[in-house]
Write a protein that binds this ligand. Sequence first.
Ligand code: ZN
Ligand code: CU
Length: 480
Amino acid sequence: MVGEYDLVVRGGMVIDGTNRPRFRADIGVQAGRIATVGDLGGATAREILDAGGRIVAPGFIDSHTHDDQALFVNPGMMPKVSQGVTTVVTGNCGISSAPMTTARPLPPPFNLLDLPDDRSFTAFADYFSALADAPPAVNVVGLVGHASLRVRAMGLDLDRAATDAEIAEMRATLRQCLAEGAVGLSSGLVYPPAAAAPTAELIEIGRPLSEFGGIYVTHMRNEEDFVFDALDETFAIGRALEIAVVISHHKVMYPRNFGRSAATLPRIREAMANQRVGLDCYPYHASSTMIRSDPALDDVRVIIAESGPHPECDGRELAEIAAEWGVKPHEAARRLQPGTAVYFTMDENDVRRILAFPETMVGSDGICVGKRPHPRLWGTFPRVLGHYSRDVGLFPLETAVWKMTGLTAATFGLKDRGTLRVGAAADITVFDAATVRDTASFETPTEAAEGIAAVVVNGAVTLRDGVHTGARAGVPLRRA
Ligand code: ZN
Ligand code: CU
């Protein structure tokens, strides 16, 4: 049937991603864009989504992902689409698929990316054109990883500051990537490939961010005892370059630091008075990263998500493995490297306080490797909507949606995304406010959420009645 619209989403309550109260409206879509927000009772359309009794929101933007390779390996992107996510930001924590060296092996934490040996995007433009040629189901925003620049310029000789010549090369590479559409630079200063980089190295490499209006996104040097020093370093980089900074997955780890978010958030608030600062957070009190063999972690509960040398240990508790082997947990961890693991290092009250901080964006930090990944990969967005907004009452549903749409789009400069308004790209998520919930747990982490009814990406219905349609309408999003 020919209609006035390609698609009409009818009968829902619209939460438009601006943090204002919901209102009753239909949405008309034409050629991948929102053409009408209003009463479309009499309109005809090629396809109609009945949203009666449900919430109609902008598609969610996952502000922090390691989906660089998952987009090719699993282009349907069900872990994200099933949560209502329509756009992912890749290249976080200093590790991006592009621009990447062809040399192997790559040091941890590059294993978080699951980058195959035979695939290297030596130029950022190659990464985006590969995505355009083999489109995934979601849109992609790309950050350039500082550690990726480092291995490209310095090989495996990473345990030192970069030389002036290396910095010049990294700066030129970053400038080229920004020209090709990257939104900014990410760092993971806690990780071995970047830990030896002084603040000045970041500033000197980051110069082109000022020219291009790029953003600096950081997994800070410290998220425990020295978290304030790390915040100061982050703010200093932002001020030196006169750019916006984003603090990744803000947290304070280990019992001796529990409660300190009551002080870090006011410090962030204070900085916001003088410079642009953003932050993101995932809604869980456990973290996940490469397997670490630090004796200080012997008292922490650890689940091995995936071990390269010991795949038979995937999904098991580190304490059990260590007891079986008759060694301390850190020694067992050393034997299990390289791999990924889940660490119960946070306090629930800090997680809630950080998540409820008005400017905190939602980002999954999902890691797509291993038999038993952290449940944030499949559960983050419905957990914020269902558990934290509806059940715990941390904030209204409108605020929850804003933290995963409009706020994120504004932070990353995605001008056509994140709000439901005429002219915007038709990225839409329809969900049931009463039933939406995460079902992925630490025990069964790869379960799809409940209550996400439909997902539309660039006008293409990608999830209908909770089932993936096979649509792959995602596009790379270049910096505006
Ligand atoms: Zn990180
Ligand atoms: Cu990360």
